[in-house]
Design a protein around this ligand. Structure first.
Ligand code: GLU
Length: 407
């Protein structure tokens, strides 16, 4: 399938910008990258990998955004993701800009040592363009605290910076923040809760299907279980299969199986059906939460979606055409720039702790996360209702206004 995340991101920005009365020049400047860094990482073994860091907008503060390791990332996708980061930080009102990084690699094909070499060489290639006040990368798809710790270490060695504020998503022992690993999943729960409270459905028996059991899917599922006994995750998938139980899956058992077996398809429990990986998209449920990669709900499969709400925990999971089809069917799409902003919010809290040489309790972090994400969700809901526009348009309009004001 052709990837068109950049087209999707630009389409929604264009729509929201036009509705906000932006001129053609203003729109062009909003879509442009401020800087694009593209280079090769060459390992001591001679293996070569393409690497990117796209810096989209820094008018509101230092660039911020993750680095993904994936065999299919390319210039346009990283550019789209960088653009979404600027809108995301603006939508939740963080004093940060937007950037994204990527390395074209499948980490499963690498040894542990090679992974470390890639992480360190990525930083060597970008050293002069990043830093606590310039651009602060973080984890994303297939990157984690261990990889970020190598990157921080390399940055410290190269520059002498010992604040550790050059990256977020570090391990706790290395300047990370309590609550950072769970933050995107937890934020997704808080956003969904606000939206369902608004429509009077939060106290019903809400059924949820989650695509992907990486960091985001895992913590979303376990947070829902802890916070909302009346909601049920009825299905969850990975690339090997979908687990389905209409009475609700046991989050802890599923997570433990994924960690020990590495895949969901071999999970066995009475009452739990194992379906194809793609079956997740057409599970009958109230909320479908794509929590893996972009461009998964497209014009080709949108007709099979049977949920009333799509919670975009991944970045760009619904393409533009599928978005239009869902809107005409009155399926509510809760946009990525709000739904998955919990990660970057707690990244900002981690950065603040590093800069102030402080370490906050988990409760403090949870409270501050809610203090950013809940009002941002309420603003989006209010704007959508008062202007009769979609949640996506509302969130993007708010974000674009803040970006324009920052000029
Ligand atoms: N990769 C995450 C995102 O897409 C987090 C970025 C960050 O914490 O800087 O929002």
């Amino acid at each position: 399938m052709e990837k068109n995340m950049l087209d999707t991101a630009h389409a929604i920005i264009r729509e929201a910008a036009t509705a906000s009365g932006l001129s053609a020049e203003e729109l062009d400047s909003l879509l442009e990258l401020e800087a694009a860094h593209e280079f090769d990482i060459v390992l001591s073994s001679g293996k070569k990998f393409k690497a990117f860091r796209m810096q989209h907008n820094s008018k509101r503060g230092p660039y911020k955004g993750g680095v993904r390791f994936h065999p299919e990332v390319d210039f346009d996708e990283v550019r789209a993701l960088a653009t979404l980061m600027s809108l995301k930080t603006a939508a939740v009102n963080l004093p940060l800009g937007g950037a994204k990084g990527g390395v074209v690699v499948n980490p499963k094909d690498l040894s542990h040592d090679e992974l470390e070499e890639i992480a360190r060489k990525y930083v060597q290639g970008l050293q002069e363009f990043i830093g606590p006040e310039k651009d602060v990368p973080a984890p994303d798809v297939n990157t984690n605290a261990e990889i970020i710790d190598w990157m921080v270490d390399e940055y410290g060695k190269l520059t002498g910076d010992n604040t550790k504020a050059s990256f977020t998503g570090k391990s706790l022992e290395n300047g990370g923040s309590l609550g950072r690993t769970a933050a995107t999943g937890r934020g997704g729960y808080l956003v969904l809760n606000e939206v369902l409270e608004d429509t009077g459905k939060a106290d019903d028996e809400v059924t949820i299907a989650v695509q992907g059991i990486g960091n985001v899917g895992e913590y979303f599922m376990t947070t829902v279980k802890k916070e909302r006994p009346n909601w049920k995750v009825v299905a969850i998938s990975d690339s090997t299969g979908t687990l389905y139980d209409m009475n609700g899956l046991d989050a802890e058992l599923v997570v433990a199986h994924k960690k020990s077996a590495g895949k969901l398809a071999t999970f066995i429990q009475e009452g739990v059906q194992v379906l194809d990986s793609d079956a997740i998209l057409s599970i009958e449920c109230d909320v479908l939460a794509p929590a893996a990669l972009g461009d998964v709900i497209t014009e080709e499969n949108v007709a099979t979606v049977r949920a009333d709400y799509i919670l975009e925990l991944a970045n760009g999971p619904v393409n533009a055409k599928a978005g239009e089809a869902l809107e005409s069917r009155e399926v509510t799409v809760i946009p990525d720039i709000i739904a998955n902003a919990g990660g970057v919010i707690v990244s900002y809290l981690e950065w603040q702790q590093n800069m102030a040489h402080e370490s906050w309790t988990e409760e403090e972090v949870k409270t501050k996360l809610a203090d950013y994400i809940v009002p941002a969700t309420k603003d989006m809901l209010q704007k959508a209702t008062s202007e009769h526009i979609s949640l996506k348009q509302a969130a993007f309009t708010i974000a674009i206004r803040r970006l324009m004001e920052a000029r």
